[in-house]
Design a protein around this ligand. Structure first.
Ligand code: NAD
Length: 443
């Protein structure tokens, strides 16, 4: 099938590349010419495992192209995926100006039937506004459908998630739109994936409700982790114990410094606002946000309790991205941690395998903030190592080498990536594991 994708960020690029990889013909529209040449050579400007490989293959096969000519992109196909940003506005609401902008551009170039698909995360009933906008700005009375097909991929596993969805949700208002989606996702349903066809409003709401639920699950386990610290129980014993309950599940029950990224913080906030606009006080989600913000403060308190004074101490930070597998630093816990530690006069030595470039745009290198391209180099003469992102390479470190390089063997782990029993010789602190214990699990 021929598919147009508008927006070449984390979602747009993965969507475009993966649809092409399935054998479709894809034209992906960018707003500007920045990185256009690179993309047309198959070089991704964002880091997402596996993305560069499928981009290259499909460029070579002539199945995907990138353009900044929006008219050409709209003319190209009858299926248009809107994958632009919906960031948080000052009020906490989702800022839908990029979606409105695209809706107007589609209207101005509409001359035959189009299925317009909201893939961006938008508040419930946004499709009504998209429809109204297209009707207002289009010259002729041309048939079109506006549908919702929210994206559930996770950065860091975006390509895998696209190809292995737990479910595909589409919200449609016509039989025609439904038929197009069934055809588009046929290879998935044939493999056994669930395609849930619902109304556009329900599809929009499903996305916010899902993300908020997952954020809530993280805050819930983090609150239990706090309690575990107070009563001297290892949080992992609790997470395992409740996670084996199939109604709950073990995913998203890893305690740590809290969630960040471009989705959970803004989507939870937007969902609270959506409820508020309908006269509801979503206290449950407000508490979710509060617990998440508190995790960062408590982590800073933990550092102070261990180091006492930070001034002139060398503190190494491993992990700047908001999670492993991405170069995205939007709402990353590392931003707050670096900002606050920087105020205390510590010498910060930062390392991340992918996010350094993005982080350097926020915090320039200076006498107190140094960047390293080698994680061991960053540890030299360090008084403490902080783990902020759960990158796999941090889990496989040579602990003897680490100890040999540091001035003091202190590790404060915000992601609980190490097994406490192998940390002999270190002062090792983590989240919800003041007392380290393990349950015996027999199957
Ligand atoms: N990042 C994720 O993990 C994820 C997962 C699921 C859903 N989402 C949702 O998907 C949407 C996109 O997220 P993202 O992370 O890809 O954002 P992003 O900021 O990485 O990308 C959005 C892109 O859209 C482009 N854009 C804006 N207006 C445009 C226009 N008129 N024409 C062409 N391009 C235009 C921007 O330049 C930007 O590159 C958001 O609504 C987000 O909430 C994100």
């Amino acid at each position: 099938m021929k598919i147009t994708v508008i927006g070449a960020g984390y979602v747009g690029l993965v969507t475009a590349a993966c649809f092409a990889d399935l054998g479709n013909q894809v034209l992906c529209a960018k707003k500007t010419s920045k990185n256009l040449d690179k993309l047309n050579k198959g070089i991704s400007h964002i880091y997402e495992p596996g993305l560069s490989e499928i981009l290259k293959t499909n460029i070579e096969k002539g199945r995907i192209e990138f353009t900044n000519d929006i008219k050409r992109a709209i003319d190209f196909s009858d299926i248009i995926f809107i994958c632009v940003g919906t960031p948080q506005s000052d009020s906490g609401k989702a800022d839908l100006s990029q979606v409105e902008d695209v809706a107007r551009q589609i209207a101005e170039n509409l001359d035959n039937y189009k299925l317009i698909v909201e893939k961006s995360t938008v508040p419930v009933n946004t499709h009504q506004w998209v429809k109204k906008t297209i009707k207002r700005y289009s010259k002729d009375n041309i048939e079109f459908d506006v549908s919702s097909n929210p994206e559930f991929l996770r950065e860091g596993t975006g390509v895998y998630d696209f190809n292995n969805p737990d479910r595909i949700v589409v919200g449609v208002e016509s039989e025609k739109a439904s038929t197009i989606f069934k055809e588009l996702y046929r290879s998935f349903t044939e493999k056994g994936s669930t395609l849930l066809i619902t109304t556009p409003a329900a599809a929009e709401l499903i996305k916010h409700a899902s993300n908020s639920f997952l954020a809530m699950k993280i805050s819930y386990i983090n609150m239990i982790a706090e309690l575990c610290e107070k009563v001297g129980i290892d949080i992992n014993m609790i997470a395992d114990g409740i996670g084996y309950d199939q109604r709950i599940g073990r995913d998203f029950l890893n305690s740590g410094i809290g969630y960040g990224g471009s989705c959970f913080p803004k989507d939870v906030k937007a969902f609270i606002k959506i409820a508020e606009d309908h006269g509801l006080d979503f206290g449950l989600l407000k508490e979710t946000e509060k617990i998440n913000a508190d995790m960062r403060k408590r982590f800073l308190e933990k550092i102070e309790n261990v180091l006492w004074m930070n001034k002139d101490k060398n503190i190494t930070i491993w992990g700047l991205a908001f999670k492993k597998g991405t170069d995205d630093i939007r709402e990353a816990p590392a931003i707050d941690i670096v900002r606050e530690l920087n105020k205390t006069g510590a010498n910060l030595r930062l390392y991340d395998p992918q996010a350094r470039e993005n982080f350097q745009k926020l915090f320039l290198e200076n006498k107190n903030i140094k960047y390293f391209s080698d994680k061991y180099e960053a540890l030299k003469d360090s008084d403490a190592l902080l783990i902020i992102t759960e990158w796999e390479e941090f889990k496989k470190i040579d602990l003897n080498k680490v100890k040999g390089l540091m001035r003091l063997p202190i590790i404060i782990d915000g992601r609980n990536i190490y097994e406490p029993e192998v940390m002999n010789g270190f002062e090792y602190y983590s989240i919800g594991r003041e007392k380290f214990e393990k349950s015996e699990i027999m199957k």
